[in-house]
Design a protein around this ligand. Structure first.
Ligand code: SF4
Length: 511
């Protein structure tokens, strides 16, 4: 930060801030900065996806991080968690060190989530907490990235109310982090670089993975489904798949490093390969190859029922390292609501798909996402969700009250359902979710399960915790040496959301 910037930051007190914003605000979007546009983000052109694998740190930035520390706060889904791993990799390649202490950090990034209002409020709350730190340490760089940055309303709000933020960048250009940081160190104005274009695929970005046991592997980016409530197709761009070779090489590399589990990631993984112009290669083909790699567990998320094809079911039924757990968001049990949501399937089609998967994979664990209180959802329609939940007999569900997202079609719908009714529906649904989970857990009593041990239990360091292939949390007493391995545990007690047991055997041969 230069002298002018320092003075400017010091002048940025709550009293004079509004005046300054009044003066400066209009100029931002007229300048060189690239601002988000939901209108542009909605466009889906016919241009082929561009693949880049030439990422390098420019010579002049190589010492940028010397003597500096970074901290990234991550909100939202696994995709964001994985983006954070990539950004951490870039920071390290620039010579920065990681820290978990905000007071020690020279750069703080908030990697944000736009899926619900609640998630956005948390980020604005965090910015409020960081403001005094910025006033105290004007050299500190504060950045906002991730899905919220792709929204015009968010960028406008940051410009109006949080002008101490130094940089805003989006989901399509995290590979530009070195340039954005460089610009932020030199500029006395907020650096905004948000691309609304459809997005490319950037390979060979550095990564610092969070753990040594489980790893995320992106297989595709973006979403073209445009469910009427969802902001993701606007914030993450069009569907574009990584080449199978890149993915398979990454998984092989993870296997060689001793990772025990990988999760293939994408907003709509079942659309994998749809965008390939030169080959007919879909998720089933990819899973069939990954199945042969020597890694104990392979998962994938998130699925859209519409693209879940028979070949994929056939491959998943082969088992092996492909786990017997599928997350299959339904969102509502009412065909009328599903239509308004533009989910592109109805209740009957969803149930048929579930029946087909269950027939191919007996003892499957199925989990889902459900939104209650969609605009104008009637009591009868909500009860159809309850009945579908019972009929499928899910193992678990992420349940939410509908949250309007500016720029989406649903946000413009009139809504006659009072919040008290929505809350009541959520409670009733959650009671059912708990009831069925507790029943399913009871069936484990006396059984022996294979557990991938992830570490000490959060509640008790003397207890180890891990997950079964069906994603059931198991707590048990065992040696710390078991962490990172798959062990057999006999279940002695069951709770609604976890199992307790005793270790019976140390390492399980699962390959
Ligand atoms: S498929 Fe998923 S990510 Fe895509 S629009 Fe629908 S809810 Fe959003």
């Amino acid at each position: 930060m230069n002298e002018n910037q320092r003075k400017e930051s010091q002048l940025l007190t709550p009293e004079n801030q509004d005046k300054k914003i009044e003066k400066d605000y209009s100029k931002y979007f007229e300048k060189v900065y690239e601002a988000p546009s939901l209108k542009d983000a909605k466009k889906r052109g016919k241009e082929a996806v561009q693949y880049h694998s030439d990422f390098t740190i420019p010579e002049e930035f190589k010492n940028m991080g010397k003597g500096r520390k970074f901290l990234i706060r991550t909100y939202g889904c696994q995709m964001n968690e994985h983006d954070t791993e990539v950004m951490a990799g870039i920071f390290m390649a620039l010579g920065y060190e990681a820290t978990l202490d905000v007071n020690e950090a020279n750069v703080i990034l908030l990697n944000t989530c736009a899926i619900r209002e609640n998630a956005e409020n948390k980020v604005f709350g965090e910015l409020g907490h960081l403001k005094p730190l910025k006033l105290e340490k004007p050299d500190l760089l504060i950045g906002v990235c991730g899905c919220m940055s792709q929204e015009e309303s968010v960028v406008n709000r940051i410009l109006k109310k949080h002008q101490f933020v130094d940089m805003i960048f989006g989901t399509h250009n995290i590979h530009r982090l070195p340039n954005i940081l460089h610009e932020a160190y030199l500029s006395k104005e907020m650096v905004i670089e948000v691309w609304s274009k459809e997005g490319d695929v950037i390979e060979n970005l550095p990564k610092v993975r969070k753990g040594k046991i489980k790893a995320w592997v992106n297989i595709m980016y973006g979403c073209d489904k445009f469910c009427t409530y969802c902001i993701v197709p606007y914030t993450r761009g069009k569907e574009r798949s990584r080449h199978p070779k890149e993915i398979i090489d990454e998984v092989r590399h993870l296997a060689a490093q001793g990772y025990q589990e990988i999760t293939l990631l994408g907003q709509n993984v079942n659309a994998y390969g749809k965008d390939f112009k030169d080959m007919d290669y879909r998720l089933g083909d990819l899973m069939d190859e990954i199945r042969k790699i020597d890694i104990p567990r392979v998962r994938f998320t998130t699925s859209h029922p519409r693209d879940f094809d028979d070949h994929l079911i056939e491959v998943l039924a082969k088992g092996g390292n492909l786990v017997d757990h599928i997350h299959l968001p339904v969102q509502s049990g009412s065909s009328s609501v599903l239509k308004i949501m533009a989910r592109k399937y109805n209740r009957e089609q969803y149930l048929e798909l579930v029946a087909k998967i269950k027939a191919a994979i007996p003892n499957l664990s199925l989990t889902t996402d459900i939104i209650v209180g969609y605009p104008n959802e009637t009591e009868e329609q909500f009860e159809e969700t309850l009945s579908l939940y019972r009929e499928v007999g899910y193992d678990a569900a992420y349940t939410y009250i509908y949250s309007p997202r500016e720029g989406t079609p649903a946000a413009k719908m009139k809504d006659n359902v009072p919040m008290s009714v929505k809350r009541d529906r959520l409670q009733r649904l959650n009671a059912l979710v708990n009831e069925i989970s507790a029943e399913k857990m009871k069936a484990y009593l006396g059984q022996t399960v294979e557990v991938l041990v992830e570490g000490e239990s959060k509640k008790n360091p003397d207890v180890l915790a891990g997950y079964t292939t069906k994603s059931k949390l198991v707590n048990f007493i065992g040696p710390k040496s078991a962490i990172g391995t798959i062990v057999k545990v006999k279940i002695t007690d069951t709770k609604t959301w976890s199992l307790n047991g005793e270790m019976v055997e140390e390492t399980v041969e699962v390959r």
